[in-house]
Ligand binder design. Sequence first.
Ligand SMILES: Cc1cc2nc3c(=O)[nH]c(=O)nc-3n(C[C@H](O)[C@H](O)[C@H](O)COP(=O)(O)O)c2cc1C
Length: 331
Amino acid sequence: MHDTLPPTDLCRLLGCRLPLLLAGMGGVARSELVAAVTGAGAFGFLGMVREPLALIEREVAQVRARTDLPFGVNLIPAATPAPLLREQVGLCITLRVPVVCLFWDVDRAVVERLRGAGITVVHQVGSVQDALDAQEAGAQALIAQGVEAGGHVRGRQPLAGLLAGVLAAARVPVAAAGGLADGRDVARVLAAGAQAAVLGTALIATHESFAHDYHKRRLVAARASDTLLTEDFHVNWPPHAAVRVLRNSVTRGERGDPFGPAPATGPAVIGEEEGRPIHLFSTDSPLRSMTGDFEAMALYAGRGVDRIAGVEPAADCVRRIAAEAAAQLAR
Ligand SMILES: Cc1cc2nc3c(=O)[nH]c(=O)nc-3n(C[C@H](O)[C@H](O)[C@H](O)COP(=O)(O)O)c2cc1C
């Protein structure tokens, strides 16, 4: 009997021991968290959507200062102004980032540019059609994201059905994401054919995540039924992009109409991050570096939130989930 999970082909492609991936969560998945999960045997993506080049460069250097193991960077072409995206991709190439994970609309030119530079490309998808498009564009692995996921949710299919469909259609390894938060969840998707499980929300509730303590505390207290899909947090994103968050004053309609005309005084400011205003209805979630009215921000949470019992070191979370999943699969 194994006391932890054996590596899969996807592990060999990425260069990790365990078939567990830290989701590239914007704002939250920074170098401290990536290094911690990597050290425990999983694979980590820095969530760098829309981040300036200086921050990406610093975070990549800080991962490298903490570990020699490979890691990835997550970018979202559709949510990033074109000139910044071009520079972000160029920087990943210059820095020789080993793996880049992309999400939302498949941007063939970006996939080709990264592949041309020898970078391994992973694409998160929310439908079989997205999976086929990403594979056709050159993605070497896919993440099937079910509707249970926290954060931006691309498709509307529950994970089990989507995973089966993507596995049937794909020639490349497939990982599963959405609502996975304990060993049983991970064992279930591995048994169904996924080559790794992606953990997002479960790894926010760790000491190393860059989320503000307020967000972590809310996750520990929440149930799956406290989450919902909404388009209320939309500023900075393409239209009709739904997010799964905890219900709050915004989703209850107590903060006004997210799609109404902006007040004459400009959009309401509900917080601040190092001099940058945080606007009501924006996609920003509470981070360590912020102050403000956290209750009204996007409190991202997947449906696995039920199974988050406390805030722990990320390496403990990875090892515990891997051991539970191995025991479950051995039964
Ligand atoms: C706080 C948060 C931020 C996220 N940001 C991103 C992102 O920037 N890029 C991305 O590809 N996915 C992002 N996601 C989605 C994850 O990649 C993944 O699909 C999701 O976390 C899986 O579901 P789970 O949270 O239930 O584990 C985010 C998710 C969360 C919870």
